[in-house]
Write a protein that binds this ligand. Sequence first.
Ligand code: BTN
Length: 243
Amino acid sequence: MERDIVRLKRVDSTNNEAARIIAHEGRGEQFYVIADYQEYGRGQADHGWVSEPGENLLLSKVIFPAFLSVSEQFLLSKAVSLSIRDLLNEFSISALIKWPNDILTSSGKIAGILIENSLTGRQISHSIVGVGLNVLQKKYPVFPHPATSMALEMGREPVLSAVETAIMAHMEKRYNQLEKGESDHLSGEYLEALFRLNEDSWFSDGKHEFRGMITGVNRFGELEIKTGQGIHSFGFHQVRMIH
Ligand code: BTN
């Protein structure tokens, strides 16, 4: 399959580069931006994303999901999370999805997702799907949560280009499912892969710490947590799991 891929040695952020390409070239077909190194890799909530040159996968995919309404945008995150999990499974690595954008193995975070949607009215005109996947790197700075990589999980180094080809194929497969209207199926698989589902956990909403149990993610992408007072829904950045 012929893919449109913009390859860069060095860039500020592949998501930024994808946005510049759309603004300047007005492309209407999906394409990828892949870089060896990002000077200002971006993560969720204004965090950075650090990666040693040439060791990991730094990818942005631009898609045009006109078939999705703004209220359904979290379906994209579900599809991308599952595609990363599929890729890891292909390399015999088990992983779970930590709402809203982390992929975890039992030893730490192995991938993160940063999706930036452009909206026209109630539709998504284009979406920049950024994926950072730790592939070969073995040492990480000290983060609040530990990081891991495919090499650390496998005990040997996978071939980076093979990982790259496989992730693109998995992303395309999951996106096709979404396009075909199989969102219930995707949501079911997403739930099965959700970290800490139905387990007692501690959370913080910024003001209070409370105990509860994740029961699911609703159609707006909000995390549903059951506490002694009932089921509460939390949007992005409104809650975090403490332990
Ligand atoms: C997170 O876990 O906070 C999300 C991290 C997303 C990182 C990727 S790397 C490729 C793309 N370009 C960026 O600047 N960020 C995303």
